[in-house]
Structures are given as structure tokens and as C-alpha cells.
Design a protein around this ligand. Structure first.
Ligand code: ZN
Length: 165
């Protein structure tokens, strides 16, 4: 089976910056699961994964424009802690530099905490990977047909995919 629209694809990846520093890896957890053709992942990655098979390894370099944009100065926002994903579990651990996920109408938004108050946090609303050229080393680990429910939701379900709990 090859990757094409409406397939659920699992992959492992290492993400490094231009200096070779490891920024993220999936190898210590479940493979990332996504629904191909539904903008679940960066379009540049989706383009390169099209037509690939299980076991294929690909290297992709994406520019900030293809990924999370350039860093914007002064992109500070004050957010109620209760708007952070998983806020009851993380509120006592928040500190400057913590990576958080903000719940927004357009889905989760990754950000970095600058300052922690009693009810609010100041965040740098630049994505933590903004301004970076990113090297992805990807290994395709599974491909299957999507279920009707996954197609209706527009994302993959299961370990490494969308978790509704
Ligand atoms: Zn769903």
C-alpha cells in the first residue's frame, strides 16, 4: 500500500536544526499517526510522503516559510491559565520556558511561557520552532485505510493520533 489521500499513516521522526541539534523525536513514544490529505501535518511533509510505502525513509529540509514562520518580535500575549491544554495537571509546574499548548477556536497552538502569574501566563505566541530551518528524518511505519469516523473528523484516531479523552 502506498500513501495517498484518506490513508492513515504512522511514522517515526527525528527533527534537528541546521546545527544537527535534536529538537524532537518520536522514537521514545508511539509513531505519529495522521490522516493523509487533511492538513494534519506540515504541507511540505505531506507532499514528500505522498506515494511512499512502509519502511521508506525520507529526509526533508523545510524553511521557516514552509513550517512555522519567522519569529515576530513583541508577540507577547496574556492568557488565562484555564485556557491552557491540560491546565489542571500542569498549573503547578509552569515556569518561564515551559512549552504549553493553548486551546483556541482553531485548535491547539504551541507556545512558550515567559512569565507566570496567579491566574494568567504571559506567552511568546511565536511557535517554539518559528524562525528555524528544520531537518526531518522520517521513517514510514504503517499505512491503512481510514475509518468512516476518522474521515468525518478529519484526523487519525488511536495511539499517536488524535485522543478525544
Ligand atoms: Zn476524532
Amino acid at each position: 500500500m502506498q500513501i495517498s489521500a484518506d490513508k492513515v499513516v504512522g511514522f517515526h521522526y527525528n527533527l534537528t536544526d541546521v546545527d544537527g541539534t535534536l529538537l524532537e523525536t518520536s522514537y521514545d513514544t508511539d509513531p505519529t499517526l495522521y490522516l493523509h490529505g487533511h492538513k494534519n501535518i506540515l504541507p511540505a511533509l505531506e507532499d514528500h510522503l505522498e506515494g511512499k510505502s512502509v519502511g521508506d525513509k525520507i529526509k526533508i529540509t523545510v524553511t521557516p516559510e514552509q513550517a512555522y514562520g519567522e519569529r515576530k518580535e513583541g508577540a507577547v500575549q496574556r492568557i488565562p491559565i484555564k485556557h491552557l491544554h491540560n491546565h489542571s495537571a500542569i498549573k503547578n509546574k509552569l515556569k518561564p520556558g515551559s512549552r504549553v499548548s493553548v486551546n483556541t477556536q482553531n485548535g491547539p497552538w504551541e507556545a512558550v511561557v515567559l512569565k507566570v502569574g496567579k491566574f494568567n501566563v504571559d506567552i511568546d505566541s511565536n511557535h517554539p520552532l518559528a524562525g528555524k530551518t528544520l531537518n526531518f528524518d522520517i521513517e514510514v511505519s504503517s499505512i491503512r485505510e481510514a475509518t468512516a469516523e476518522e474521515l468525518a473528523h478529519g484526523h487519525a484516531h488511536g495511539a499517536g493520533g488524535h485522543n478525544h479523552s
